[in-house]
Design a protein around this ligand. Sequence first.
Ligand SMILES: Cc1cc2nc3c(=O)[nH]c(=O)nc-3n(C[C@H](O)[C@H](O)[C@H](O)COP(=O)(O)OP(=O)(O)OC[C@H]3O[C@@H](n4cnc5c(N)ncnc54)[C@H](O)[C@@H]3O)c2cc1C
Length: 303
Amino acid sequence: MSLFDRAVRLTLPITPRPLIRYFARRYVAGDTLADAVATVQRLSAEGCCATIDVLGESVTSRDLARAAVGEYLAVLDAIREHGLASNVSLKPTQMGLAIDEEFCRDNIAAILEKAHSQRIFVRIDMEDSPTTDATLRVYHSLIARFPRGTGIVLQARLRRTLADAVALGGSDVNIRLCKGIYLEPREIAYTERDIIRNNFMNVLEVLLSAGTYVGIATHDEWLVCQSLAMVRRLGLPPDRYEFQMLLGVDPQLRRIITSAGHRLRVYVPFGSHWYPYSVRRLRENPQIARVGLEAFLRGRVES
Ligand SMILES: Cc1cc2nc3c(=O)[nH]c(=O)nc-3n(C[C@H](O)[C@H](O)[C@H](O)COP(=O)(O)OP(=O)(O)OC[C@H]3O[C@@H](n4cnc5c(N)ncnc54)[C@H](O)[C@@H]3O)c2cc1C
């Protein structure tokens, strides 16, 4: 890791919010639902579908969790009204998981009631490891009520994930597979990049072989290449999997994947609670701060 990268990571907690917002603006569609709609329409013209995420997490008040439910219901209306090629993604702690598991489940169920009637899929994102078991319990109770209406995320970083994939995989199941963004202790997570990559591929094979629809969520071209080889080896048609990428990350790889005829879904976050999401993105790739800083300074000099 370069000195610059290390410096960015170390100073993130004390970096002024306006600067974080400036650097991370490419990862967030904007503050409003209209911004998200416009972004999804632009992506659609590029041949991508989307999943819309209302930014928010670690909610500690029931009112805030209910407000987030309201925002998701508005997103579902917008998807129908504008005929968007999009589903939605939400975070359990935004729905109140840290307050009460049943409260969280009921909040997600309220969103699923409406989404299911509109045939819109709801993805439950996976957060850090203390929430994994509760998130899986919530998922199991909801999938029983809304078959095919919802899906979970598995993180290749976690040692438990191969066993989770064996337990969860199946033909009516829709799983997003990613490396996992939360840094976890070595006792429960792989910490070496190559081991995480290998585990990603092992988990993918378990899922695809069981007939699971998999959202292959990565910008790692090695993983994209290996996944394509696996899809071909297993003889899977293009409607049994999709690739997924985050808004603002490697649009060129996005175009390479879509122009080869594979479905690609872009994660489109929006809303006023942009701070924690933006910090995670910058921590993941501090080089973005370098590019942003250079552009910022150039702008200052030129103006
Ligand atoms: C659609 C989607 C949904 C996700 N949902 C979850 C979830 O629910 N739970 C969870 O824990 N994690 C989630 N993640 C994050 C994921 O776990 C990884 O942290 C993230 O995707 C980076 O891993 P990577 O496979 O892209 O590989 P990396 O090796 O991290 O990245 C590969 C290359 O992509 C580029 N890149 C990666 N990140 C950035 C960035 N921030 N800015 C610019 N370039 C970048 C770099 O060029 C890098 O070399 C999601 C990711 C995606 C794409």
